[in-house]
Design a protein around this ligand. Structure first.
Ligand SMILES: Nc1ncnc2c1ncn2[C@@H]1O[C@H](COP(=O)(O)OP(=O)(O)OP(=O)(O)O)[C@@H](O)[C@H]1O
Ligand SMILES: [Mg+2]
Length: 284
């Protein structure tokens, strides 16, 4: 989807509505960096307590939290009001300090919209964002910046203009309800110099964190069941189902008239199956 991952040493913007999965995606990226890539990470939130975030990490099946994963509160008091402009000198000094002290390579700035809403004019906002983005490039850090954005239009909210233009990569997370089912998807809206995927890809959040449901043909299937799956006879459908139907189970094909239920089932015909599966086809 991202043609390899987020851009190294550059800012990436992660947007989405509340509960879309922005924080989990960022935590997962930091965790992976600290544990598997030897890149110490810093998670800094403008809206949530670091202790809660550290606890959230343990709710996933990711194993023990690596020592190189650091959390820092940057909570903004609800009563805080900037009377004479707001600038990011203090934040940049803090980042300098923490990067020097802990060798931080990956950073998450979670909920920057909370900060941006406190900077009155668009000019001031863009100037300060420009400083932050310059700091990221000069210091060669991989930074994920999250901001709340409602629906599709939120992306084009004036408040995100500077963030969006100044980021090398931007991903938008969406969640909608369809027939009382929650459907999540991730959409790479821009990625400078990369041939990223164009579509919105479905994902779920489970104990493994963000799990993409987009499986290309060359991805290794990660089976949840112990027994070998039964091929559907259609390669793309096998990829989608991580190998095929669960063996020894009942599978229901549903759909309106003419939607290819019988044609699909036809691929399970003995002639299209290996000999040892023939008996199974008779029973379908
Ligand atoms: N351990 C878990 N297992 C499964 N799903 C979880 C788990 N923890 C959180 N979730 C799901 O993830 C959603 C929250 O995701 P997250 O906190 O990343 O959203 P967000 O986009 O950062 O929201 P906000 O803008 O409000 O901070 C929850 O609403 C919940 O559905
Ligand atoms: Mg969040």
């Amino acid at each position: 989807m991202l043609d390899g991952g987020f851009p190294i040493g550059r800012p990436t913007l992660v947007t989405g509505d509340s509960g879309a999965g922005k924080t989990i995606l960022c935590l997962q990226t930091l965790f992976h960096g600290a544990r598997s890539c030897g890149e110490p990470g810093l998670y800094l939130s403008f809206e949530e307590r670091s202790a809660e975030m550290a606890e959230m990490v343990t709710s996933f099946d990711w194993g023990d939290t690596p020592e190189q994963l650091h959390f820092h509160d940057a909570l903004i008091d609800m009563d805080f009001e900037a009377t004479d402009g707001l600038e990011l000198t203090g934040l940049l000094a803090l980042l300098d300090h923490m990067c020097a002290r802990d060798g931080i390579r990956r950073l998450v700035l979670d909920g920057i919209d909370v900060l941006l809403h406190r900077i009155g004019s668009a000019e001031e906002r863009n100037a300060e964002l420009g400083r932050l983005q310059r700091w990221i490039r000069q210091n060669d850090r991989t930074v994920l910046i999250t901001a709340k954005a409602k629906g599709d239009r939120g992306l084009f909210d004036e408040i995100f203009e500077g963030l969006l233009f100044g980021s090398d990569c931007a991903v938008h997370l969406q969640r909608r309800q369809d027939h009382r089912m929650s459907q999540r998807s991730i959409w790479v809206t821009k990625y400078r110099g990369s041939k990223h995927g164009e579509n919105a890809y479905p994902f779920v959040i489970n104990r493994r964190g963000i799990v993409s449901l987009h499986l290309s043909a060359n991805m290794q299937p990660d089976r949840l069941l112990d027994r070998a799956p039964v091929s559907t006879g259609v390669r793309e459908m096998d990829d989608m189902l991580r190998g095929g139907f669960p063996a020894g189970s009942i599978t229901l094909y549903t759909g309106g008239p003419g939607t290819a239920k019988t044609t699909l089932a036809g691929f399970l015909h003995p002639r299209s199956m290996p000999a040892r599966r023939k008996g199974l086809a008779d029973t379908l």
